[in-house]
Structures are given as C-alpha cells and as structure tokens.
Design a binder for this molecule. Structure first.
Ligand SMILES: Nc1ncnc2c1ncn2[C@@H]1O[C@H](COP(=O)(O)OP(=O)(O)O)[C@@H](O)[C@H]1O
Ligand SMILES: CC(=O)N[C@@H](CCC(=O)OP(=O)(O)O)C(=O)O
Length: 285
C-alpha cells in the first residue's frame, strides 16, 4: 500500500514539472482577500501553496485585502461603513481603522502564517519606502487613493533576498496622508509595474458566472469585449465589477495569464497554475 501511494505522489509531482518550468523566475501576483481569507485553516493552506510556488522558483508577490475584517472592527467601534461603487467611503476615523486592520492585523497575520510554515516573508504597505504613490480619488470618497506610481524596487529587493513580499493596499499621498486603496486595484497596478506575466485574484466564488446563482454557469475563458458586454448587461455586478476591471487592466498592462479563482477550493492556485485543469475564469485579450 505504502509503495503505491508513494508512486502516486511521485507521479503527481512529476506531472507538475512542465507547468513549474513555465512559471520559474516569473512574477505571479496573487490577490487574496474578502471572505476567502476568513477561515484560518484555509488561509494556512493557501499560504502553504504560495510557499510551494516560491520553492519551485516562482517570484510570488502577495497583495491582500481584508474588507470583512475592516467591517467587523468598524462595527465593534460603532463606526458605520459606507460604500460608493464598491469602494469604502473613508473619513479620517475610518482610515485609522483601515490602516490598523490591513497593515497591522491582517498583514502581520499573513506574515506570521508564512513564517510559522517555515517560509520567509516581509510585510509591507504602499507607505513603506513610498512604494505606492496616490492622489485623492475624489472628495466624496475621502481618503481613497488613486494610484499614480508604483516603485517596484523594494519588491525586487525583498524577492532577491528570498522573501515573499506581503503587501497591504494602503498608499502614500503627496499631502503626507495615507490613503485606502481597493486591494484588487493594487494587485493589478503592481502586476503592471512588475510586468508580471500572471495575476491570480482569489475570491469566494468560482469565477465569472453567467448566472451568479448557478455554479454550473462558470465562464472559463473571457475576452475583454465579452467582459464589457456582460457588465453592460448587468450580469457582472457588485464586487465582481472592480475585480473584472482590474483583471482587464492587468491584461492591458501586458499580463498573459490573468485568473479569478475560488480561494475556498483547497489548493485552487496550484490546480490552476500547475495542472491542465482550469478551475476559474481566465481573461484573454
Ligand atoms: N457574474 C458574476 N459572477 C460571479 N460573481 C458575481 C457576479 N456578479 C456579481 N458577483 C458577486 O461578486 C462577488 C465577488 O466580489 P467581492 O465580494 O467584492 O470579492 P472579494 O471580497 O474577494 O474582493 C461574488 O461573491 C458575487 O456575489
Ligand atoms: C477603497 C476600498 O474600498 N478599500 C478596501 C481595501 C480592502 C480590500 O480591498 O479588501 P477585499 O479585497 O477583502 O475586499 C476596503 O476598505 O475595504
């Protein structure tokens, strides 16, 4: 019995070799957030997958959100949450909480998980090293930043030293203030700035669906024109709109492989990248 399972394990590992070769030395920007990040065990399993990718030579960049964690902290502090077009209206008090939760609790939690699993990770936000420079998107949204430039030098440094950069979506304004940015947007901008070949957005749904209530209606491959049509038809709605927009932006910036996958499926990222079996939605030009 033991021999059979060992043989099977070896078969699975060697079957991944041609896929691994495709990604070796390539940047893979992973956006991880939302509800897919809530389950602690699942989170550890995702971190293990990222470490495996790093071990086989992939330059992993982890960009994280944490919307649900911000919501629950705001609620505990009796601060109301408001959103406009999927973006959090961020006054000064809300910004303090966003920074505390994202750059503190969530970021350090992910770094701790990666470290505990034997990996090497450095937690950063866009304020560190003035990495993500922003301007105020508009007055109505308050401290929400629109990205002007990304300085990738610190990302290169961290990766060259063998660490996974773990980046939270907070930017630095020319006015000396810190700004809240949607984490999908940060992932797409970083993918563009790094000229990454691959971006993977992990969420809590299988990908883009023709009918949001029917998991069988998954669209495995979607072009930019098709995505625009589905948005116009109201089929891509809510939180999926900014996510799809960011995927399209990554494609426009030159990424070849852009996916939305369900982070709640165990080892979804390994299955998507290292097997023939496409799990989620792949974006193509
Ligand atoms: N056509 C669609 N296909 C899939 N999900 C959709 C679609 N339209 C709207 N959605 C919604 O978008 C949500 C994903 O966005 P969001 O919750 O903001 O993700 P995250 O928190 O991971 O960033 C899904 O859970 C789903 O409810
Ligand atoms: C401006 C804005 O909306 N920022 C987001 C940042 C976190 C995020 O994007 O988290 P998820 O990826 O988990 O949704 C927020 O405050 O919720």
């Amino acid at each position: 019995m033991k021999d059979v399972s060992n043989a099977m394990r070896a078969q699975i590992l060697t079957a991944a070799v041609p896929y691994i070769k495709k990604y070796t030395d390539q940047y893979v920007v992973v956006k991880y957030g939302g509800n897919a990040m809530i389950d602690e065990e699942l989170k550890k399993s995702v971190m293990k997958d990222l470490l495996l990718l790093q071990l086989v030579g992939v330059k992993v960049v982890l960009v994280h959100g944490g919307g649900p964690a911000i919501n629950s902290t705001l609620e505990a502090m009796n601060i109301e949450s408001h959103f406009a077009n999927g973006l959090r209206v961020t006054d000064e008090a809300t910004m303090d909480v966003v920074q505390m939760v994202l750059a503190g609790k969530v970021n350090k939690g992910l770094v701790a998980d990666l470290t505990d699993l034997g990996g090497k990770a450095i937690g950063l936000c866009g304020v560190d090293g003035n990495m993500i420079q922003v301007h105020k998107q508009n007055e109505e949204l308050g401290y929400v930043g629109s990205v002007d430039t990304i300085d990738t030098s610190i990302i290169h440094d961290v990766i060259s030293r063998g660490y996974i950069p773990v980046i939270s979506s907070i930017g630095m304004g020319a006015d000396g203030k810190t700004y809240n940015i949607n984490a999908d947007t940060v992932a797409a901008k970083i993918a563009g700035a790094l000229k990454a070949e691959t971006m993977v957005a992990m969420t809590n749904i299988d990908g883009v669906l023709k009918d949001v209530h029917d998991p069988g209606s998954l669209i495995s491959k979607i072009t930019m024109a098709e995505a625009d049509q589905l948005k116009a038809d109201g089929i891509i709605a809510g939180g999926m709109i900014p996510k799809v927009d960011c995927c399209l932006e990554a494609i426009e910036a030159g990424a070849q492989k852009v996916f939305i996958i369900n982070g709640e499926i165990p080892h979804a990222i390994l299955i998507e990248l290292l097997t023939d079996e496409g799990l989620g939605t792949m974006f193509v030009a």
